[in-house]
Write a protein that binds this ligand. Structure first.
Ligand code: AMP
Ligand code: ZN
Length: 112
């Protein structure tokens, strides 16, 4: 369920500090430490799973839950006029933390 060597599990457990903007029993949203846009948040599940779940994986329910929470969280944190939701899935995409996370990028007009 959690991985003691995973930085995002440790953030979810409160062992590593983060600038939290939202938390409930299933997910956490906090500010990215190296923002790539005026608003750069990371949405993570509290459960540890490395990447997008495949068909039949119960973690898919958590992902669906997160996707229904993200719009209001983004709107409440400076992304009223839109945002980009990004998953870096795997090494070719540059994924560095292997605990699924959605990047929420906004607060300005983004270059494509
Ligand atoms: P990715 O490259 O998609 O795996 O994204 C990992 C993201 O996590 C990067 O944008 C990092 O800046 C961010 N990050 C790494 N460590 C922390 C941390 N302790 N607090 C907040 N964001 C972090
Ligand atoms: Zn983890």
């Amino acid at each position: 369920m959690t991985d003691k060597n995973c930085i995002f599990c440790r953030i979810a457990a409160g062992e590593i500090p983060s600038a939290k903007v939202y938390e409930d029993d299933k997910m956490l949203v906090f500010k990215d430490i190296e923002p790539k846009a005026k608003v750069h948040l990371l949405a993570i599940a509290k459960a540890h799973f490395p990447s997008l779940p495949e068909e039949g994986d119960e973690n898919a329910l958590t992902v669906a839950y997160m996707l229904t929470k993200i719009p209001a969280i983004a709107r409440a944190n400076g992304c009223e006029s839109g945002y980009r939701l990004v998953v870096n899935q795997g090494v070719d995409a540059g994924q560095t933390v292997f605990h699924l996370h959605f990047h929420i990028l906004g607060g300005e007009t983004l270059p494509w």
